[in-house]
Write a protein that binds this ligand. Structure first.
Ligand SMILES: [Zn+2]
Length: 178
């Protein structure tokens, strides 16, 4: 038999919101396509990784994993697994979105910042929002994409790599979904 204290705990869990954060970085190398936020960006180099190395999506996946207690991107989609070689990270994002939904969470919002010295990314962010929204089956208005640089500092400033950080807020209020 439940004590009233436990019932109170249970009811507060009925209306739960959870936040998660994610970070990722990959090296920039010649001979690879640059894919960020699911969009191919014209550039002389691309990011090196097992999948398409889309840092923005990888940061979002880790933010969703953190918020929904799903482990992390490496446990969900192990690197070196042939199934994920050169896979579009949009596919991985769609799978993660399904797992989040299976846990009865809706996505309130996602905010991602891409940190790159080059190229200039702001012309591409509306398309990124659209692609990310499609993969997650949510309104693109729930996803914000920002681009910044490190003003020449560090490995990003030297154009050796690109990083991204993201936060995701989830809710199990049915009325907030999608
Ligand atoms: Zn990654």
């Amino acid at each position: 038999m439940k004590s009233s204290t436990n019932e109170n705990k249970e009811s507060s869990r009925d209306h739960e919101m959870r936040i998660g954060s994610g970070y990722d970085s990959h090296p920039l190398v010649p001979g690879r396509k640059l894919i960020l936020g699911g969009v191919a960006i014209p550039f002389t180099r691309g990011l090196l990784g097992w999948s398409d190395a889309d840092v923005a999506i990888h940061a979002i996946i880790d933010a969703l994993c953190g918020a929904a207690d799903l482990g992390d991107i490496g446990t969900l989609f192990p690197p070196q697994d042939p199934e994920y070689e050169d896979i579009s990270s949009l596919t991985l994002l769609a799978k993660t979105g399904k797992l989040v939904k299976d846990r009865n969470f809706g996505i309130v919002n996602i905010d991602v910042t891409i940190i790159a010295q080059q190229p200039h990314l702001s012309p591409f962010t509306p398309k990124m929002r659209e692609r990310l929204g499609q993969a997650l089956k949510i309104d693109p208005a729930r996803i914000t994409v920002k681009a910044t640089s490190t003003n020449g500092l560090g490995f990003i400033g030297r154009e050796e790599g690109i990083a991204a950080q993201a936060v995701a807020l989830l809710s199990n209020y049915p009325t907030t979904i999608p």
